[in-house]
Design a binder for this molecule. Structure first.
Ligand SMILES: NC(=O)c1ccc[n+]([C@@H]2O[C@H](COP(=O)([O-])OP(=O)(O)OC[C@H]3O[C@@H](n4cnc5c(N)ncnc54)[C@H](O)[C@@H]3O)[C@@H](O)[C@H]2O)c1
Length: 253
């Protein structure tokens, strides 16, 4: 299903050089969105822009979605290139290798929460004034089923993604009446580099393997992207502060 209201809108997708972000970028371009993609990996940005520009209007930049500087540079790019910023997808994220709490050092915690939770917070704080000025805007945060279950990833990721769902609800409540909708999606297990088993904590995996038994076949990024297109479009104009679970029923168990 396409969403005609998306045609000509301007979106930013962070971490769009690979995986789910790239799938979201592809889908939004197919619906006629004009796009700025960012990623911390310059080569991925280059590759993605080369491929995605066959579908629609897209520019890219290397930027750190965890830093105010990287966030501001990305938003400035959208406004200077396309004149507005209608849709923000906070997608960039990093794995935690299923580490248990006792395996998490201060450095790991600060880095992990800095990208997976503080990044989306800083981006929301920076984009809300732009969207209020425009009279409307849409934010979509990429959370996870780890954001409402304790056993679907390691400790730091679980805490960060619980925070992302809370962030989503708080932004929706605080700025909904000003025309800013903020929702999140919670994918189950999607085949990307983030969800590979490389470097997995044996202890963390042992604790959580019971939760894997009921896991449905894993998703591809293209299974997640249509939900983002829906939440970005006017078809979801009455949807605000929600968490859309995309896990083929895994957490229904
Ligand atoms: N793969 C899954 O099973 C799964 C499930 C639920 C939620 N998610 C979430 O989906 C989002 C995307 O994950 P993915 O699976 O596509 O991972 P991925 O590793 O395939 O892609 C993530 C991209 O983000 C980029 N990135 C990392 N840190 C960044 C930073 N500080 N600034 C800018 N870019 C940065 C990486 O370079 C990479 O290109 C994440 O928020 C992740 O937590 C993934």
């Amino acid at each position: 299903m396409s969403h005609p209201s998306l045609k000509g809108r301007v979106a930013v997708v962070s971490g769009a050089g690979a995986g789910i972000g790239r799938g979201i970028a592809t889908r939004l371009l197919e619906d006629g969105v004009r796009l700025v993609i960012s990623d911390i990996d310059a080569t991925r940005v280059e590759d993605a822009v080369r491929d995605l520009s066959k579908i629609g209007e897209v520019v890219g930049l290397k930027a750190d979605a965890a830093s105010n500087q990287g966030i501001d540079a990305t938003f400035d790019k959208a406004i200077s290139t396309f004149g507005s910023l209608d849709i923000l997808v906070n997608n960039a994220g990093v794995p935690d290798y299923w580490k248990t709490m006792l395996e998490v050092t201060d450095e790991f915690w600060d880095r992990h929460l800095g990208i997976n939770l503080s990044g989306p917070f800083k981006a929301c704080r920076a984009v809300v004034p732009i969207m209020i000025k425009q009279g409307k805007g849409v934010i979509i945060n990429v959370a996870s089923i780890s954001g409402f279950r304790g056993g679907r990833s390691g400790f730091a990721y679980t805490v960060a993604k619980h925070g992302v769902i809370g962030l989503t609800r708080a932004v929706a409540i605080e700025y909904g009446e000003a025309g800013v909708r903020c929702n999140c999606i919670s994918p189950g297990s999607v085949v990307t580099s983030l969800s590979s088993m490389d470097g997995m904590s044996e202890e963390g995996l042992k604790i959580r393997e019971k939760g894997i038994v009921t896991r449905p076949p894993r998703a591809e990024p293209g299974d997640v992207a249509p939900a983002v297109a829906f939440l970005a479009s006017d078809d979801s104009r009455y949807v605000n502060g929600t968490n859309l679970i995309i896990d083929a029923g895994w957490t229904a168990w």
